[in-house]
Design a protein around this ligand. Structure first.
Ligand code: ZN
Length: 156
């Protein structure tokens, strides 16, 4: 009997991610399936929870609300950085993620949302924050994790 998706197992799966309007924003098509260690927060919570118990070969349509996805969109936290103050070794592009140090010394991930001739706009919201996510997933492999994978908390 083959294993089902569950805690401390390494899962390989194919997926297509679309939004409410049907727009496909991410997909494993044409690439390797995604591999992760189940039960260790390696993928978004709503997807991990709803893949629990799936069998190899099984396909499932999974809807994830923002709260269990990339979070609600929080207004008013964007930063406008003059282009000359942007790190010269980083080319700003929309969608780029980078760590920004806050006044209290924390490193917080921000994403570039706008690039003009004079400034770069950064937003702490994930580009998919506030979106309901529609996954079509197909499990292609499930195996027990190795001791090393469990110690590291991710799949190798
Ligand atoms: Zn490792």
């Amino acid at each position: 009997m083959s294993l089902t998706v569950g805690k401390d197992r390494v899962v390989r799966f194919e997926y297509v991610l679309s939004l409410d309007d049907g727009q496909v924003v991410d997909s494993s098509e044409g690439q390797e399936p995604l591999t992760y260690l189940h039960g260790h927060g390696n993928i978004i919570p709503g997807l991990e929870r709803q893949m629990e118990g799936m069998e190899v070969g099984e396909e499932r349509d999974i809807t994830v609300e923002p709260e269990e996805g990339y979070g609600p969109y929080i207004e008013g936290h964007d930063l406008v950085v003059p282009l000359e103050e942007f790190p010269p070794n980083i080319k700003p592009e929309v969608g780029l993620g980078l760590l920004v140090e806050t006044p209290d010394g924390q490193q917080v991930p921000y994403f570039v949302t706008e690039v003009s001739d004079t400034f770069v706009r950064l937003d702490p919201n994930h580009p998919l924050a506030g979106q309901r996510l529609h996954f079509k997933v197909k499990v292609v492999e499930v195996r027990e994790a190795t001791d090393e994978e469990l110690a590291h908390g991710h799949a190798h």
